[in-house]
Design a protein. Sequence first.
Length: 141
Amino acid sequence: MKKVLTFLFAIIILSSCKKEETSDGNSYPQKWKLITMKGQIANSSLSGNNLPYQENYQFNTNKTFTKTREENGTTTSASGTYSVEEFESKIYYMLQYKEANKLIESCYFGSKEQSLYFVNNKLFGGSQPCDGPGLEYQRVN
């Protein structure tokens, strides 16, 4: 049931969005670094050096992005294109990866799409709607 509701929510977002030029009025490129990971258990969160991996997004002027994760001494990257959309007064980055990748935070196995949203100058994502982690990013440039 959660998967059906998440899928319907994603369709509503994609079909009723209007495009925006920038997410927060600042120029590109933008780099966002993972600062907090929250779990489904109340008050469970990790931050800083306690995170299981370090991760960032680089958003470029030409509407491309790269997601990079450093975990156990290995660096993995995935890239694609993005659009910036507004829905119910929230700004979203709608990401389209070039190919399915383990870095994609989605409720659907094999998906090449992901969304992130802004609240109080922070970027949020993850797969929390389907029992995964909630991820919080802070802009570093």
